[in-house]
Design a protein around this ligand. Sequence first.
Ligand code: FMN
Ligand code: SF4
Length: 481
Amino acid sequence: MWKPSQRIKYAPTPGFWPNQAEARDSQLFQPITYQALTLRDRTWVPAMVPWRALETGEVTEDNVDWYGRFARGKPGGLVVEATGIRDVPSGPLLRIGHDRFIPGLTRLTDRVRQESQGDTKLFIQLIDFLAVRRRPEPAKFLSRFLAITESHRQALGLEEASEGDVRLALQKLSPMELSEILTTREIEALNYGQRERVTDTHLPHIADLPKQLPALFAQAARRARTAGFDGIELHFAHAYTVASFLSRTNDRDDSYGGCAEARVKLALEIIDAVRSSVGRDYVVGTRILTEECIPGGSTIDDSLYYAEQFAHQGLDYISLSRGGKFDDAKQPKVGWAVYPYTGPSGYECMPQYLSDEFGPFGRNLSPATVIRKHLHRSGSTVPIIVAGGIHNFDQAERAIDSGAGDIIGFARQALADPDWFEKVRQGRGNEVRLCVYSNYCEGLDQKHKQVTCNLWDRSALNEPCKKTEDGKRRLIAPDWP
Ligand SMILES: Cc1cc2nc3c(=O)[nH]c(=O)nc-3n(C[C@H](O)[C@H](O)[C@H](O)COP(=O)(O)O)c2cc1C
Ligand code: SF4
């Protein structure tokens, strides 16, 4: 992962832990109700992909155990990982693109209800993503994957040669020579792996996205309701399809790109379709970015406009993240896929303990405050969820107090210690295992390996516990005292 050049080391701080009565009276542990959303308190676990589904996208017992473990800590809200709205091969990631996924998802919602005794509300993040291929072997790319064009032939002076001879000639060129012959996109496909963009409107399936996506999201939302989720979260953040429509880099010329009004059009059509499918009495939220954190990307001005549009469209909450884009991601190794959390924008999304003078804790709070204030001025009190390096009670309480958010997201902290919520509620904050922001978990996500936390393995790994496929790591957080 990219790190700021200053490389200042930060450590998490426990801060002040409240006793039971202080916790009960705090803002963090007050209930919240807005439209269809009711939470027992303002604690939240944002979506985190654990890489535990079947290759065919169904829920496994490991998925059920994973969410059951979070539910035992009883956060107010828990969001199931980004789940694909199409039934297309995508590795061991959850899917909801067909009714056949409903029984497995129902097992998952049942377990969360049982483990949290109904105290945790469960949401599922719905995602669409475009094709991203692994970085190819250069020889394979030039001999098989690259589509040979007239412009390649002309540049090589091989207008009449066979395709095989053109490919052989390309393979003899140096990287510098290749860069003069291949287009920018072909060079990117060679060096990073081929990646579709929402602006590739010459491809019929990309041109048709605005026709396809509202219905796909609506059907997925209906399945989520049938499976017993308390609501759905539309994933409009990071590097994925709808976020790419919202991005300032979207210059489609078909009324879905260009100015902000055009860029938000698809997202609003999706919200409309989802509402018609699940009704007004069901929680429909979204996750968006405060800032894309890439050159030429969307800024806080865009987010203010989007958040206002979404709030007035009747969403039940808006969860704020930042960064996490493909545009500035590091070059992957050959055979690996580019990962949108390896560049500076990725750092903004999941900042780690080596940081700059600002540090890794609460980097999204200032823009979140601006957005929430703007919404209040525009007459909306839609709950804002904010996350990013929050690990202790003081930080969470201050974030609410200062107006940065109504609900506080703890992603990696909940992974490090899923019992954070119950411990703090019961006045046992001093027993919390604090996340050290090593990003070991994020490294596993990058390698598409089962995500775990390295704090889970610090001691007594020989105690009976379910381990990862390689037998080396705990698959679930231990039941710490
Ligand atoms: C292993 C892992 C997987 C993640 N998967 C998702 C995801 O599926 N959807 C999403 O919106 N964010 C995802 N995130 C980002 C988190 O939800 C969160 O925004 C980020 O980690 C910053 O919050 P934190 O500092 O509390 O961890 C993931 C983070 C981690 C560490
Ligand atoms: S591996 Fe554990 S301690 Fe490290 S960042 Fe992830 S959750 Fe935190």
